[in-house]
Design a protein around this ligand. Sequence first.
Ligand SMILES: Nc1nc2c(ncn2[C@@H]2O[C@H](COP(=O)(O)OP(=O)(O)OP(=O)(O)O)[C@@H](O)[C@H]2O)c(=O)[nH]1
Ligand SMILES: [Mg+2]
Length: 317
Amino acid sequence: MTEQSLENKACGFTAIIGAPNAGKSTLVNALVGAKVSIVTHKVQTTRFNVRGVLIEDASQVVLVDTPGIFSPKRALDRAMVQAAWNGAAEADLIVHLIDAPAFARVLNNAAAKPQDKKAFEDVGRIIEGLKKHELRADLALNKIDQLEKEELFILAKHFEETGCYNNTFMISASRGFGLKELKTALAEAMPAGPWHYPEDQIADLPSRLLAAEITREKLMLRVHEELPYAASVETETWEEHRNGSVRIGQVIFVQRESQRKIVLGKGGQVIKAIGAAARHELSEMLDRQVHLFLHVKVRENWSHDRAHLALFGLEIE
Ligand SMILES: Nc1nc2c(ncn2[C@@H]2O[C@H](COP(=O)(O)OP(=O)(O)OP(=O)(O)O)[C@@H](O)[C@H]2O)c(=O)[nH]1
Ligand SMILES: [Mg+2]
């Protein structure tokens, strides 16, 4: 590497914060161009900070996907929200992502759903938090594929008046609208300095953790109605075989026997489907044959188990 190219390099952290379900993980995946963080249509999918790397020109932007910020009640929720604020405080740049259609529905009093009102309140809480911690952020209005143009400008004005934001972006993380402009702006905002990661590295989640997250995503997608947030997944064994395949053993922790029955399903059908979906995705990601073995265990207090949560870098009081 020449001295010239080193001088031009920039690298820093950009934290993506927002209310649950704003689309933070979708955005991080879209900016990285690969799946580094799991996504579902449910709130509180992301439980800990997940890093993904975007390279744009001479800049390496380390994106930090954070858990949604809301009013936490349980110890695990508090730890998740704390992790999000820590991610924001440590970052060179904060992007506050908004579910713009949900916010607009509340602002206009137009057919707002209960979850829209929750998101609206959470956004208020985040603005208070930014002020309290004396943090400035960039604003990104997301899901503009579902919003009229006029609405967008009303929203932009609303947020401008808070005085918390430098720049405003209007994007659709899932459709890719506005992402080119966002990438350029993030790259330009990073401080000069050497890159943190080798240029071919896009994520830094250990394989065991990533594998557990993939299974948790399939679990949430499959049984979220019956078992919203009562489960956690841990990779217990990881064996590389000489023929190139890998054998992964995981435990799904639930809090009650009734939940264990739900995850298993009649004749084990539900867990079979979860396992098949997870195995399929893992095989593609790892680019080799995966043998996945899932077990369901009842551990009433998994959400208070420090050792288990420490696997994800979460600390409870
Ligand atoms: N229509 C539309 N939907 C989107 C867009 N971006 C994300 N979504 C959807 O919004 C939902 C939530 O996405 P996530 O990326 O999991 O949201 P999150 O902010 O990471 O959520 P938590 O991790 O729970 O805080 C998913 O169903 C996404 O497909 C978008 O630009 N347009
Ligand atoms: Mg998320």
